[in-house]
Design a binder for this molecule. Structure first.
Ligand SMILES: C[S@@+](CC[C@H](N)C(=O)[O-])C[C@H]1O[C@@H](n2cnc3c(N)ncnc32)[C@H](O)[C@@H]1O
Length: 346
């Protein structure tokens, strides 16, 4: 074989590895989901030191014949940065692997202020994955709004209304994402200063609004949501829940907060939502504002891992809702900024 052919072969094998890595990467998600379901991060955390494979097998009450499968699950999750593995020796000088948490798996610990396990369980749920199998059929077709409807016969909000378990999964998943806002809310004082009322539109079970209501007790916060999402939720003096449809109307307030709402919809719907805000502005003294908390794709500014996370989120928005993750230009181009100005000058 000539050296050129060897080079070609190497390149092709490299390309094959690249292809296999990407086409099989869903198994990383599946293993991570499995680790969350088994509570592996919590088991390691409770020990307060790296946990050996036999200890993990015993804590999980697995049959000994599952030990090797567990080792292989931990091996992939180590490779993808969720655990770190060291070798330890027991009193009989036997060598064992021991697993420690990494900063990524520390985000999976239950009973911690920032626990994203519910988000992992949500996005790896079959209901979220199924629509991807209908993407090409949906792209060729001309009618249904998104592949979720093609696959499930109903849109995601209707599906959540009909499936109690998925509704809980969805609400808990998004609520866990909102908890991360605690990290920055104190730095955002200037955004909330001077407001007397705020409506979080499509605010789920109020996880984000609760953080705001606690950080800024003088603001009367309310959450506008679909009735099945907010049924029986506890209210406080400055946090109320209002059942309604944001496409119809939005309750009156100084400020309107949209967290991860605009990315669910095309521009036409987003502009309609902003118009509904304009109708609902409580005061016209310069305090009124729309606060959008959403994803901005910025390949130049972000690290590659952040861009990849945003592009994957965009793929989720394409398959599960008629939505999109917008670039900075797309946010600007579609006139959202001028909408905000006209709101302020109403
Ligand atoms: C992507 S989730 C975002 C939830 C929340 N803002 C968060 O970030 O945690 C979209 C939310 O919009 C709500 N929603 C969908 N359609 C709605 C409508 N027509 N009126 C009010 N809320 C709606 C859903 O129930 C869901 O909770």
């Amino acid at each position: 074989m000539s050296s050129i052919e060897v080079e070609d072969a190497n390149e092709l094998f490299q390309a094959q590895a690249h292809l296999y890595k990407h086409v099989l990467s869903y198994m990383s998600s599946i293993f991570l989901k499995c680790a969350v379901e088994l509570g592996i991060p919590d088991i390691i955390h409770k020990r307060g030191r790296p946990v050996t494979l036999p200890e993990l097998v015993s804590a999980l009450e697995f049959q000994p014949n599952k030990r090797n499968c567990l080792r292989r699950i931990m091996r992939l999750l180590d490779h993808s940065g969720f655990f770190s593995t060291t070798k330890v020796h027991n009193s009989r000088e036997e060598e064992n692997e021991a697993y420690a948490l990494t900063s990524a798996s520390k985000l999976l610990l239950k009973d911690k202020p920032y626990c994203l396990s519910p988000f992992v369980l949500l996005v790896t749920d079959a209901a979220f994955i199924t629509p991807g199998h209908y993407l090409s059929r949906w792209l060729r077709g001309n009618e249904l709004p998104d592949p979720f409807v093609t696959g499930h016969g109903i849109n995601i909000w209707g599906y959540a209304e009909q499936n109690h378990e998925f509704n809980n999964l969805f609400n808990q998943g998004l609520a866990s994402d909102s908890q991360m806002a605690k990290l920055i809310i104190k730095d955002c004082k200037h955004i909330f200063d001077g407001l007397s009322s705020l409506v979080e539109v499509g605010g789920g079970t109020g996880s984000f609004a609760r953080i705001i209501s606690e950080a800024f007790p003088s603001i009367k916060c309310s959450v506008l949501e679909l009735p099945h999402v907010i049924a029986d939720l506890p209210e406080t003096d400055n946090l109320k829940f209002i059942a309604g449809d944001m496409n119809q109307s939005i309750p009156s307030a100084d400020a309107f907060l949209f967290k991860l709402i605009f990315h669910d919809y095309d521009d036409e719907v987003c502009l309609k939502l902003l118009k509904n805000c304009r109708e609902a502005v409580a005061s016209s003294d310069g305090r009124e504002k729309v606060i959008i908390v959403d994803i901005v794709v910025n390949e130049k500014k972000d690290k590659p891992e952040i861009t990849e996370a945003k592009l994957l989120y965009d793929a989720l928005m394409m398959t599960c809702v008629p939505g999109i993750e917008r670039s900075e230009k797309e946010w600007e181009r579609k006139g959202y900024s001028s909408m905000l100005v006209s709101l302020a000058t109403k």
